[in-house]
Structures are given as C-alpha cells and as structure tokens.
Design a protein. Sequence first.
Length: 408
Amino acid sequence: MKRSAALKKAIAAIKAGDKETARDFLLALLNEQPENEAAWLWLTNAVDGYEQKVKCLEQVLAINPANEKAKQGLIFLQKKHDKAARNTPATKPLNNRSKFPLIAISIIAIICFICCSVGVIGNIVSQTVSQPHTLAISTTAIATSIPTPSLALPQEIRSIDALQATSLPLPTPHLEAATPTPTRVVADTPTVTSTPLPISTPDIFQYASVVRVIDGDTIEVMIDSVEYTVRYILIDTPETHGEVEPFGAAAAEANRQLTEGKTVLLEKDVSETDRYGRLLRYVYVDDMMVNELLVQIGLAQVATYPPDVKYLDRILAAQNHAQDKELGMWGTRPIREPTATFTPIPPAAPLRTETNPVCNCGSNTYNCSDFSSHQSAQQCYEYCKSVGAGDVHDLDRDHDGDACEALH
C-alpha cells in the first residue's frame, strides 16, 4: 500500500468514527516514516487520553516547531485539562462525630470476616482429608484460563511510547544568520478536533480557515482542503444582497475584519446543516464568539431556530446591552453607518479603528465636564455614532443631536 494511500485511509476511518482502524494505519505508516508530520497530527484524533494526545502534538512540534495546529491543540488540551482538574471535588474531611460510626462498622466487618474465614478454612481442611486430589488445581491453568486483552496494533508497534522509542532521532532546529529557513509544506494537514473535551460528540469543535466573508452572518471556510459555507447560529444581520438593509454593509465589514483570512474555531450545537446545506456553527476568534460580538455592538439581532439554542441566554444578554446603549440598529434616530475602517471588539475594551480615533467609544468613559469645549464634545459624540457605538457616553440626554449643550 502506498504511504499516501495509508494516510487517506486513516483519515477516512477517523471521519467514520473508527479510531482503532485509523490507529492501525497511522502507526504502521509512522513505523516507516517517524518524521511524517501529518500522520502524527492525525494520530492525535485516533488515540484516547490526555497524555497520549499531548505526546502526539509534542512530536509534531519536535518535527516542525512552527506548526500552528499543534500549538493551538496543546493550548486547547491544557485548558480543558486544567478546567477538569479544578472541577474535581475535594474529599471532605470527616469530623470526630462522624468517625465513630465508621470505626464501629469497620470492627464489626473485621469480626465477620474472621468468622467466615475460619469457617471456610475448616471446610477446606475437611475436604482435603477426605478427597486430597481435589486440591490438585494448577495455578498455571487458572492463569491461562483468563484471556489477556491486547490492542489490535501492528506487529512492530504496540503503543505510542513504543513508537516514539523506535523513531529516528529528530534534528534540533536552528537558524543560520545568513541562510533563510525554508517553509515546511505538509500535504493534507488535518485540524485538531475536540476529542479531549468533556463532551458527548467528538466533532462539536474543529478548526477552519476563513477564505471569504459573504455577509454579516455567513462565511466560507476550508476544512481538510474542502470548502464549506458556514451560517452563524442564533443571529441574523441586515441583508446586503438584493434589497440592501441599513447596517447590512457595516455588519459584513465587521465580520470581514474579524474573520477573513484567519483560523477560527467552529462549535456545533445540535444540527449539522440548515436546509440550504450550510454548516450551522458558533464561530470563535481569539477566544471571542463572533456571533455574540456582532449582536453586542448592534450589528445583528437574535434569531432562534430550535433545537440550536445552546447559547440563547448569552446572545440575548448581548442584545439587551446593545439596546440599552442604543448601539447600531437600536439607535433611536437615523445613524450614519460605520465606514470600512470599523473594527468591532467587546464593549469592555476600547474600540479600535484603522485611523486615529477621536475618543474612546468602547464603554461609558466621559462626562461633559471632561471636554474643554462644546466642539470637542460634539466631535466625540458624532465619532462614536459613526462607528456604531451610539451615544455610549450619554452626552446627548435630550436626543436632539446636540451634545453637552451646557458647554455652548
């Protein structure tokens, strides 16, 4: 069997949920090619247990220290491992009062055990005297009658540790001052899935590369060299195709600057796809949920399609925030849409733009007394409106468009 064919069969077995078959193919391939980066990375999805997965990812980084998938996978495993350790309940010490019943029960149990043991020994002795041949039971026969389980792995390799022990020594990477380091290209590099997560379905999480942003709530991604369309769960943004709706272009631009060209983490709820064949997912960038963020800044609103409602309360809270602050589409008066320089981030942090900002529009930071003139207050008010933050500082309390009128 060709090595490329073995890797393809292993990948197909992983996707079909047959980890044991995939592990056989991958270990056989790695026995011949211990530096096969793609095989080690796929083996992460075919083994069970935190330590074995970490060993596979560390082997990938030993071969190629610049492998981002392996780095992200290790971070993800460590976070989940630490979280599981924190959630393990500590054993509550017994107080003196609760110890006495346990001591009494233990003493009674020991007495009962001694009595039973004496009875059993007496019975054995009596049987031995009358029928001595009945004791001729071979311990070897007992041992051989119990089947010993074994892993269905290739003859040469029976474990991950054995595979690592038989691998060739890996060269220590170093950089020459005058010699550029060549880029390492690995064919059919897989993404690290969420097998180590404490969830019932191993395919809930997976990484993808965003190749195009279609609108505010739809993107196109690449997963294992296959292109998919992803529709964000629980949100709906204004239309940008056909009859263009207010804030549609702003939502699409915000989505583009958040995700385009980046590696994102996709999370499935219940449904795999919608009726149009689009993947239904929550999308994460740099530990931020894009679905929630677009709602939080007023460029999307909640749209429920059961049974995919896992984070409904969280998204509703983001919408309540946008409505309270009159952000984006929730403004009380017509608001000029954000320009192409808009880059949304959570309201708790300063809002960033590609140009120099007039003032901080990320949260309620200023009062009218913080401005030296009515002109500077008006400029800040209009700037925050233009980037979709609304009157975040509450400078126009009578909603007439004139900020800090007392400074006239």
